[in-house]
Design a protein around this ligand. Sequence first.
Ligand code: SF4
Ligand SMILES: [Zn+2]
Ligand SMILES: [Zn+2]
Length: 295
Amino acid sequence: MNCKCGRDAVYLRVQEGVHYCPACLSRQTERQFEKTISKGKMLEKNDTVAVGVSGGKDSMVLLHLMKKLSEKLPMKLIAVTVDEGIAGYRDRSIGAINEFVKAMDIEHQTFSFENEFDITIDNLVKNDPSIKSCTYCGVFRRTLLNKAAREVSATKLAVGHNLDDEAQSILMNVMRGDVTRMARLAKTSEHFVRRIKPMKNIPEKEIVAYAILNNIPYFDGECPNSFNNARRDVQALLNNMEQKYPGTKSNVISFYRKLPTLEEKGIIMRCAKCGEPSSHETCKACELLDKVGTK
Ligand code: SF4
Ligand SMILES: [Zn+2]
Ligand SMILES: [Zn+2]
């Protein structure tokens, strides 16, 4: 099959039945990225953008696309990484990030669970092998990324969530019956550095293709605790549905976006323990830290 431009196609967008050659696919990804930013009014000239980088494909592609965009739209970029303390996994991905940011001449700072919360995921699992490490990891990472963004004086925090991540998050919140969390996805607050997701309309497959076609290095090792992650089951479910019923993932997202935004007046306050923004008197991170007895 041929691409619209006449060259050999390497990729098919099943939903639309459109074939792409490597060059047109890359261009389409970049266009989608810029369109999402301008439609969502995500960036302004001279923003300082903290880019959350874990070393995986999404965040490395995000950093590459942000760097490219910064040539057109002047902004300051600072890569920020959260080190959860997972030996053999995060230390190796940080190695990959260090090389990449050096090659691209981007400032990079790492923030660790150990310094901030006095814990590591490795220790949590060692002390209690049955612990749901991903719950702790996700909550602490979110809190620390927000704090990291404030510490580097960022005006925006860019994260590499793709279309698949969006659909998974929505479905997981539905399955947990977590309406507050759904509302939080749509909400902004002065206590949070505005979190932007410029890749939220790009399917995971196209991000992998973009990384390969543009020689973007990434770490694709697997976290030793990922077997314990409910998200993986939801991911498998959505992939299966998408294959049988193309468009499922986009439909989940458009269903969510059509919901009226919940009014949550006064729901964001300061955590009584650590002062971070919270929807309860004590934030989720402090609640979990209490459970594991480190604070
Ligand atoms: S799989 Fe779980 S423990 Fe590992 S990095 Fe992801 S959230 Fe953290
Ligand atoms: Zn083409
Ligand atoms: Zn707290």
